[in-house]
Ligand binder design. Structure first.
Ligand SMILES: C[S@@+](CC[C@H](N)C(=O)[O-])C[C@H]1O[C@@H](n2cnc3c(N)ncnc32)[C@H](O)[C@@H]1O
Length: 229
């Protein structure tokens, strides 16, 4: 069984019909703007910072971040080449932002390793990435992300969360009639799972759930701050 549907590649006709927007979950304007406002507010993102978007998709948030940040300060990684292509070659030019980003700032890979960019990032974000990934992938993602954040840098990731290990075993109702699962897309986690991943892997990260309830689909936001060396 596939862990999620993101192995599917969109072709030129799909992208011409803008199907990439619905493939990443729709709410294109709402969730794009939500990401920017969340990072500029709670995330303390300023224009001069470097930002890594892990699971950037077709740049629903990316086009807003590219517009906001200094040129070439936005970086994206995603497993799906067709989504990155749609973002970079359709959405970015359509927004008049082609001069503010370049192909070298994007990487298509499945292992969450962004070290080849050679950057220590100020900020990082994953919106609706972990909701499509099982726990072992989240552990790998957190491990890789901790290695590319600068000391004091902060990574924000959204999850469907359930209160405890018993609730984790059963399907859970989320906003907008979404049902999350322990081992099927969309996935949920507990706070204890996230803290345990940091402990098991001895990651130099301080974690906390933000007191924010504004995600349109009810995803919680977790902040991971890179501890100093
Ligand atoms: C719901 S979409 C969200 C995309 C983007 N963050 C946004 O808000 O529009 C989930 C994204 O996670 C990506 N993804 C899934 N597994 C991944 C992996 N192992 N590494 C990187 N990206 C992955 C998918 O290809 C897809 O673009």
């Amino acid at each position: 069984m596939n862990i999620n549907d993101y192995g599917k590649r969109l072709d030129a006709a799909d992208i011409g019909r803008r199907e990439h927007r619905s493939f990443v979950g729709g709410l294109w304007d709402e969730l794009g703007e939500w990401q920017l406002q969340m990072m500029c507010g709670l995330g303390g993102l300023t224009r001069d910072m470097t930002l890594l978007d892990m699971g950037c998709g077709c740049l629903r948030g990316g086009v807003r971040f590219i517009d906001y940040l200094h040129p070439m300060h936005y970086y994206g990684v995603d497993v799906n080449a067709s989504l990155v292509h749609a973002g970079l070659h359709v959405e970015v030019p359509a927004a008049g932002l082609a001069a503010k980003c370049r192909e070298e700032n994007f990487s298509v890979r499945a292992d969450f390793d962004a070290s080849a960019f050679g950057i220590e990032f100020d900020r990082a974000i994953s919106v609706s990435l972990w909701t499509h990934l099982p726990l072992n992938h989240i552990a790998l993602c957190l491990t890789r992300m901790s290695a590319v954040l600068k000391p004091g840098g902060r990574y924000y990731s959204t999850v469907f969360e359930v209160p405890d290990a018993v609730a984790w075993l059963a399907p859970a109702s989320q906003r907008m009639d979404i049902v999350s699962h322990p081992a099927m897309d969309p996935y949920h986690v507990t706070a204890a799972h996230l803290h345990a991943i940091l402990d098991w892997h001895r990651l130099p990260l301080k974690a906390r759930r933000l007191a924010d309830d504004t995600h349109p689909r009810g995803q919680c936001i977790w902040e991971f701050e890179r501890l100093p060396y």
